[in-house]
Design a protein around this ligand. Structure first.
Ligand SMILES: Cc1cc2nc3c(=O)[nH]c(=O)nc-3n(C[C@H](O)[C@H](O)[C@H](O)COP(=O)(O)OP(=O)(O)OC[C@H]3O[C@@H](n4cnc5c(N)ncnc54)[C@H](O)[C@@H]3O)c2cc1C
Length: 505
């Protein structure tokens, strides 16, 4: 990963060495395609997007096995990760936890768990999901690519890709130290969406409902919510897992906060804000805004009372509206990875799982159809599927934002996500025709099922009409979810504490 002065001719140029770009490069290399990997940044660098899920881990393991990348297998579960790579920052994630934090009031522990929701994924710590300290994980994967013999170029400022008269794309760095002719480009540049821009496809934001903006950083010394609950008479012994070992959500008024804990007392904490209710006010600094949210939610403020910004990134980061959707996700000789095709929101931690599912689909297409006449048509399908998946994620997330402030309505709407995720997991576990466990007919989060998509869209239109009676609404959603409810969602005897929802291996 040094400075260079080169002119190369390759089959595939992967732009962006986030975890998805690096695994894409490794996969292409294993398919026998001459591959390069290029990033404008240098590892290690801060990145957000850290909470994995059962889907993400299943696909990561399957990709590692299918493309003979055994060194990636331990990353798919907490126990093996700890033994193989203790140096890579990681956190234990047993599931999702949610706590209702009304504005201006302390959290009020309730023995019947009416204001909390815990959904366990895995049965134990050993097989558990993880929080990825992305600076470490992304560095590791980029180094794996370099160790495999893939030329990895970091710190490169690319000019806009242009069509090459020989076919494919011409990529040049600015200043001109690097020139690449690539037959195919995989775009993993995220927000930059280099290829969609190069092809002139305008972003299609108007298709998205969710409107949220982010305020976040990494912190040292965040308190344990499990301790807070214990100290205030909460019934934590009934929890299916320690509620801090989770993608932890504090539901605020018009926003929600995530807390993802890594080892060594480090945590990723951020607030995802409904910008319809709280538009960004540039006159207020990110720090002032952060403290304003804490003041309005006193129990959360107690949890963060001794927290300090971690050295990296060392500041509060604030975004404008975070949703994006590129105008194109593929052409006949390029394809965008999911986070480049579009992004909705951190809610439900769909990012890593979607990235890996899309990558799996793309590698399957390239493996089967490289240089064959059907490639363009299959890439067109890839794009169509990607946009359907993004549209479904958008509805699943937006319904939650519209339910903020009504805990039962929020819980009911989240069950649509859990139904989608667990249905996808179970169908995937049952599929796998040729030993790869991959079935191209299954789309992320059950998005291949038109009835499921239509059901979510119909319910979303109802939520859009305004607040409904919470009991009636719960019943409506529970009825709609029934055909996809394999794990006892809405079971009144569960009292909002769901144990072990992951599909069997
Ligand atoms: C606030 C927030 C919280 C999130 N939380 C979660 C979560 O908890 N769980 C989850 O699953 N997902 C989460 N996500 C989504 C997650 O961040 C993405 O799914 C993930 O980062 C996608 O990885 P990637 O490798 O595709 O792209 P990225 O991580 O976006 O990497 C893109 C790479 O491209 C490089 N690049 C950019 N422009 C250029 C260019 N012009 N030329 C070359 N290189 C370029 C960048 O330097 C970077 O290395 C979150 C996202 C946000 C915004």
């Amino acid at each position: 990963m040094e400075t260079f002065d080169v002119d190369v001719d390759v089959d595939v140029a992967v732009l962006g060495s986030g975890f998805a770009g690096s695994i894409a490069a490794l996969g292409c290399h294993q398919l026998g395609l001459r591959t390069v990997l290029i990033d404008r940044a240098r590892h290690p660098r801060f990145a957000i997007g850290e909470s994995s899920t059962p889907v993400a881990n299943r696909v990561l393991r399957d990709l590692a096995e299918r493309y003979s990348l055994p060194r990636l297998v331990p990353l798919a579960k907490f126990g093996p990760w700890q033994r193989a790579y203790p140096q890579l920052g990681c956190g234990l994630k047993r599931g999702f936890s949610y706590f209702d934090q009304p504005r201006g009031q302390p959290f009020s522990p309730d023995r019947s768990h009416r204001n909390e929701l815990l959904v366990a994924a895995s049965a134990d710590d050993e097989t558990s999901d993880t929080q990825w300290l992305r600076a470490d994980v992304d560095t590791f994967l980029a180094r794996e690519a370099a160790a495999a013999g893939i030329p990895v170029f970091e710190g490169v400022r690319l000019g806009a890709p242009v069509r090459d008269p020989r076919g494919g794309w011409r990529l040049r760095s600015d200043p001109e130290q690097l020139a690449i002719h690539a037959r195919f480009v995989i775009d993993g540049t995220g927000e930059a969406a280099v290829m969609a821009r190069a092809t002139g496809a305008a972003p299609r934001l108007e298709r998205l409902h969710t409107r949220s903006r982010m305020l976040f950083s990494h912190f040292q010394g965040v308190g344990a919510w499990d301790d807070w609950l214990r100290d205030h008479g909460g019934d934590v012994d009934s929890h299916p897992f320690r509620c801090d070992d989770a993608a932890q959500h504090m539901l605020l008024d018009g926003a929600w906060m995530w807390l993802l804990r890594f080892q060594h007392n480090l945590a990723s904490v951020g607030i995802a804000i409904d910008e319809r209710r709280f538009p960004l006010e540039p006159a207020i600094t990110p720090e002032e805004e952060w403290h304003g949210w804490l003041r309005a939610h006193p129990s959360v403020a107690e949890l963060l009372a001794n927290a300090e910004l971690a050295a990296i990134p060392g500041r509060m980061i604030r975004s404008g509206r975070i949703q994006r959707r590129a105008g194109a996700a593929a052409g006949e000789d390029w394809a965008a990875l999911p986070n480049t095709a579009g992004f909705i929101d951190p809610l439900h931690s769909t990012g890593i799982g979607h990235s890996l599912c899309g990558l799996e689909r793309l590698l399957d297409i390239l493996g089967q159809s490289w240089a064959r006449p059907e490639l363009a048509e299959r890439l067109n399908d890839y794009q169509r599927i990607m946009f359907e998946e993004i549209a479904l994620i958008d509805l699943l997330v937006d319904g939650c934002y519209r339910s903020l402030g009504a805990f039962r309505a929020f819980t009911a709407w989240s069950m649509l996500y859990f139904a989608a995720a667990t249905t996808y997991e179970h169908r995937r576990a049952a599929a796998g025709s040729d030993g790869t466990r991959y079935d191209s007919r299954l789309w992320f989060l059950n998005a291949d099922n038109p009835e499921f998509r239509a059901m979510v869209a119909t319910l979303h239109r109802q939520i859009d009409r305004g607040r409904l009676d919470e009991t009636a609404w719960e019943r409506t959603v529970a009825d709609a979810v029934r055909p996809y409810n394999r794990v006892g969602l809405f079971d009144p005897d569960a009292h909002n504490l769901y144990r072990y929802t992951v599909a069997p291996e």
